[in-house]
Write a protein that binds this ligand. Structure first.
Ligand SMILES: Nc1nc(=O)c2c([nH]1)NC[C@@H]1CN(c3ccc(C(=O)N[C@@H](CCC(=O)O)C(=O)O)cc3)C=[N+]21
Length: 288
């Protein structure tokens, strides 16, 4: 038996088609969705992301701005740039690429982004709303949100199911836990201090892995028939891109996302979808 391959590119294409229609609707009302990306230094995963975002935003005819600052940029420079885009009515979404160089205070940068423009959903106000499952019109981190869309498109049941999330980043693991909880799954968050990881992952009906370590998850760690979502983005010495899940897992899982072509394209599509949504909220326009 070999697992169903969950085709992130195909689902992303559907989402992008809807986003294109919504973009046209907004543009005809005089609002061009505006996305500002700030990248400091040159993290390789960020470089892939920025390149693919620019391409997609161009195709959708967004107002897309990418500001690249050198590794040596100061905290004040980054904060001033964020404040500039906070004030700019042509920009509806602001994204600061993570990780920032070690000398910068990421916490303070995130706190400075206007919550209504925080297209990554990282601001404590937005994360708080997500965890409390209260309110409406708040952004959610694009990778976990895109994962929920994928699972929905593939009719993967979540209510009452065991979900194990490996990796507790603010960008993926934490928001995914909240989204899964809000979807009535029983969710466990595992991380570098977790004991007996293999025993835990083997209980998962849905296993999501966002660690950044090639081959971390092997076939013996997966329940037969489970859905495995691989968020890893690892560049091997020979230049190939690979996730955190070993190829042999396809012999055990029921469904699995490939890398590339799984979660990555969904992150981009969700970013564009959410930028349009933020533009509509900020301007009071209808998109559908
Ligand atoms: N504030 C912030 N938000 C992020 O969401 C964020 C970030 N910082 N820093 C870097 C990581 C990495 N990331 C990727 C998203 C899509 C692809 C992607 O498009 N992957 C494709 C293409 C791969 C390729 O072009 O070779 C795929 O998996 O098929 C990659 C990487 C978002 N991240």
């Amino acid at each position: 038996m070999t697992a169903t391959v969950i085709d992130g590119r195909a689902v992303a294409k559907e989402i992008n088609a809807v986003t294109a229609t919504q973009t046209a609707a907004l543009t005809s009302q005089g609002v061009i969705p505006g996305l500002a990306v700030i990248m400091v230094g040159d993290d390789p995963a960020s470089a892939i992301y920025v390149r693919n975002k620019e391409r997609r935003a161009g195709k959708l005819q967004f107002n897309s701005v990418v500001k690249r600052l050198p590794e040596t940029a100061t905290q004040v420079e980054v904060l001033d740039l964020v404040r500039h885009y906070n004030q700019d009515p042509a920009i509806h979404g602001i994204l600061v690429q993570s990780p920032l160089p070690a000398h910068l205070n990421e916490e303070e940068v995130v706190m400075t982004i206007a919550p209504q423009k925080d297209v990554d959903g990282l601001h404590p106000k937005n994360l708080g709303q997500l965890f409390a499952n209260v309110g409406h019109q708040y952004p959610v981190a694009c990778t976990p949100k895109g994962i929920m869309t994928l699972l929905d498109r593939y009719d993967v049941p979540l209510a009452g199911k065991q979900v194990v999330m490996v990796g507790r980043s603010r960008l993926v693991g934490k928001p995914l836990v909240a989204l899964m909880n809000n979807a009535d799954a029983t969710v466990t968050l595992a991380h570098r201090h977790t004991h007996h990881l293999a025993e835990l992952t083997k209980t998962a009906d849905v296993l999501v892995v966002a660690v950044g370590q090639a081959n971390l998850i092997t076939a013996d760690m997966v329940k037969p028939g489970a859905t495995v979502i691989d968020v890893g983005m690892n560049r091997l010495a020979d230049g190939t891109l690979t996730g955190d899940v070993a190829a042999e897992v396809a012999n055990v899982a029921g469904a699995i996302t490939p890398v590339p072509g799984g979660v990555g394209p969904m992150t981009i599509a969700t970013l564009m979808q959410q930028t349009v949504q933020l533009a509509a909220w900020q301007t009071g326009k209808q998109v559908q």
